[in-house]
Design a binder for this molecule. Structure first.
Ligand SMILES: [Zn+2]
Ligand SMILES: [Zn+2]
Length: 186
C-alpha cells in the first residue's frame, strides 16, 4: 500500500495507450471529481477474464480482481483496457462499474469507431474520457440518468456517447457532491 494513494483515484492502464489519451482521461477525471489521480498499472494481463466461446473479455471478474489488488488507500480504481468487454446479458459493453464500490473499467475497443465514415482520433479520445467519468460515477453510487445530455446517461452506441456532454446534470452533480463529502470526511 502506498500512503499517497489515499484519497486518490487510481488509473490503471492494461497495455499501452497514447500519452494524449492518458492525459485526457487524467484531466477529465480530476475536473469531474476534484480529486487527485495516480497512474499505476495494477493488472498485467486480462487472460483470466477471456471467454473463448465469445472471444471477448468478461468485465465482472476483472473488477473483482482490480478491487482486491488496489491499494487500500485508493478511493477508486479505473482500469483502462483495449479489448472487447462483455457481460453475459449484453453483446458488449463500453465499460462496467461496481455500483458504490471501488472498481470500474472502460475499454477503447468499441469507442474507436469512426463517426460519419471518417475517423477523428480526438473524437475517440473524447468518448473514452466520457465513459471513464461515467463508470467512475457509478462507483460513487450514481445511477443512470434520464437526461440525454448528462454524462450518467446510458449509451448504447458511439453516437449516443458523442451526443451527451462531458458534464453531470444538476441533479447528478448534487448527488455526487454529497457522496464525495461523505467519502472524504473519514
Ligand atoms: Zn452506466
Ligand atoms: Zn444526470
Amino acid at each position: 500500500m502506498k500512503a499517497h494513494d489515499r484519497h486518490a483515484i487510481v488509473i490503471a492502464p492494461i497495455g499501452d495507450f497514447a500519452p494524449e489519451l492518458m492525459d485526457a482521461v487524467d484531466r477529465g477525471i480530476q475536473r469531474a471529481f476534484g480529486l487527485a489521480t495516480a497512474v499505476r498499472p495494477i493488472l498485467p494481463s486480462l487472460d483470466f477474464a477471456f471467454d473463448s466461446t465469445r472471444a471477448q473479455y468478461h468485465s465482472t471478474p476483472i473488477l473483482e480482481k482490480l478491487s482486491a489488488a488496489a491499494s487500500a488507500g485508493a478511493i477508486k480504481v479505473l482500469a483502462l483496457a483495449d479489448v472487447d468487454l462483455f457481460i453475459p446479458i449484453l453483446t458488449h459493453v463500453f465499460g462496467e462499474a461496481q455500483l458504490g464500490g471501488k472498481a470500474c473499467i472502460v475499454s477503447t475497443y468499441r469507442l474507436n469507431a469512426p463517426a460519419g465514415g471518417c475517423h477523428h482520433p480526438e473524437q475517440a479520445v473524447g468518448r473514452v474520457v466520457k465513459e471513464a467519468i461515467h463508470e467512475l460515477g457509478h462507483t460513487f453510487s450514481l445511477r443512470h440518468c434520464r437526461d440525454p445530455a448528462c454524462i450518467m446517461h446510458y449509451c448504447r452506441s458511439e453516437a449516443d456517447v458523442d451526443r451527451k456532454s462531458t458534464e453531470l446534470c444538476r441533479y447528478c452533480r448534487v448527488m455526487l457532491n454529497d457522496e464525495l463529502k461523505r467519502i472524504t470526511e473519514w
